[in-house]
Design a protein. Structure first.
Length: 59
């Protein structure tokens, strides 16, 4: 059994996350189900994190 912590998930670019957000809205026809809303909220957090990470790298 490994005692190493799991590797962090790779951070996707804001553009990649935005593409998923757009696809979610397009597939939903403009109305999100409760499941879709949860996915949307998760994607928004991921997008904000990717944007913040990009700003830190640019600085």
């Amino acid at each position: 059994m490994s005692t190493f912590p799991p590797a962090p998930a790779p951070v996707r670019s804001p553009d990649a996350v935005n593409a998923d957000i757009r696809a979610l809205w397009q597939c939903s026809g403009g109305r999100l189900s409760p499941e879709g809303e949860a996915t949307y909220q998760r994607l928004l957090v991921e997008w904000a994190s990717a944007m913040h990470g990009g700003m830190a790298e640019a600085a």
